[in-house]
Design a protein around this ligand. Structure first.
Ligand code: RP5
Length: 163
């Protein structure tokens, strides 16, 4: 699938999140899903964040992945500005190991949903896989790639030896 219009927006609150969020970028690239990665903050660039997310659907984006740490409002703010599905990835933080990020991201009041993934690298990879699964509902070739990915993953586990 070589679509050049981005289908997934991966945004993060700081460049310091990129070391982890590059794993979402790599997963989307592995599946050939056109996407773009940006640093946008709910706190430091509120107007730019609102503008970007408000325009995302009109630009052809179908899923937003939003990663942030600490008082992590980014995913919720994104969800407030778009009808697109928003997947939140809580970043591990220095002081509370990401529990602050997790609770800030996951505890959305009813009415504006954020699909929250695990803290850190697992969340980054799974956010990409969930975005791919959403896109795959209407793209059979992507669904086939996802099925193959699961099959390879299972085979790898079954090949493991412990001594
Ligand atoms: C959040 O604050 C970012 O998402 C990041 O996880 C955290 C720390 O940001 P920096 O101080 O490293 O820029 O907004």
């Amino acid at each position: 699938m070589a679509e050049s219009i981005p289908l997934v927006a991966v945004i993060m609150g700081s460049k310091s999140d990129w070391d982890v969020m590059r794993q979402a970028d790599e997963m989307l690239a592995r599946f050939g899903v056109a996407h773009e990665c940006r640093v946008l903050s709910a706190h430091r660039t509120p107007a730019a964040t609102a503008e970007y997310v408000s325009q995302a659907e009109a630009r052809g984006i179908e899923v937003v992945i939003a990663a942030a740490g600490g008082a992590a409002h980014l995913a919720g703010v994104c969800a407030a500005h778009t009808l697109l599905p928003v997947l939140g990835v809580p970043m591990e933080s220095a002081s509370l190991k990401g529990l602050d990020s997790l609770l800030s991201t996951v505890q959305m009041p009813a009415g504006i949903p954020v699909g929250t993934l695990a803290i850190g690298a697992a969340g980054a990879r799974n956010a990409a896989l969930l975005a791919i699964a959403i896109l795959a509902n209407s793209r059979p070739e992507l669904r086939a790639k996802l099925r193959e990915f699961r099959k390879e993953q299972s085979e790898k586990v079954l090949r493991e030896t412990l001594v």
